[in-house]
Design a protein around this ligand. Structure first.
Ligand code: SF4
Ligand code: SF4
Length: 190
């Protein structure tokens, strides 16, 4: 994995909260400096949230550059985000705010998620062991790294967001940027 967490350092208090918070023991404090083992990092951002002194930062995606390099920019929003809004107007404002940020379109993909959950129920009932689904890459990386015995129990589906991105690329015959979860960028030239 590419390095995602950046240690700023100037105001680090050596409190080791970040070290203790990391679920994969990817962080160590060496000679007063926080070191991150990128090979073990699963990109969960827990350490960033745990630091009271804002000394850890998620590396930023250069969106401006990505926008310039693509003719059409789409933001994909997961269904889970919908539960954060108390009323429809709040959701509308959120969508308008994203569009102001140079996105041409905002797309949700609850239909794909619904189909996959339905399929998961069917496949789980057919299986002779307990099956799991996770549509979160971070959780899956955690399982792979820390609980490998569970790998056999994971249903082998593509991520809904990737299916949604593929569907959009097929339907929009131009060079598009698909941006999702506000962290990851998928790029494609069709
Ligand atoms: S939690 Fe923040 S202040 Fe504490 S050791 Fe980690 S980076 Fe430094
Ligand atoms: S992002 Fe998560 S896995 Fe990576 S160093 Fe921070 S806490 Fe550990």
């Amino acid at each position: 994995m590419k390095p995602v967490i950046h240690f700023l350092g100037e105001n680090c208090k050596n409190c080791i909260k970040c070290v203790k918070s990391c679920p994969t023991e990817a962080i160590s404090l060496i000679n007063g400096k926080v070191m991150i083992d990128d090979a073990h990092c699963i990109n969960c951002h827990v350490c960033v949230q745990s630091c009271d002194y804002k000394q850890l930062k998620i590396r930023e995606v250069n969106l401006e550059k990505a926008f310039q390099e693509h003719e059409y920019n789409i933001a994909l929003i997961p269904t889970s985000i919908l539960s954060d809004f108390k009323e429809f107007n709040e959701l509308k404002e959120f969508v308008y705010a994203i569009k102001k940020f140079h996105f041409d379109e905002v797309v949700q993909y609850s239909d794909i998620e619904g189909e996959l959950y339905h399929q998961a129920m069917i496949d789980s009932l057919k299986a002779d062991k307990v099956m799991l689904t996770s549509f979160c890459p971070t959780i899956n990386r955690l399982i792979k790294r820390e609980y490998p015995t569970l790998l056999d129990h994971l249903l082998p589906y593509d991520y809904p967001v990737e299916i949604a991105a593929k569907r959009l690329r097929k339907s929009i015959r131009t060079r598009i940027l698909v941006f999702f979860h506000f962290v990851n960028v998928l790029e494609n030239s069709l």
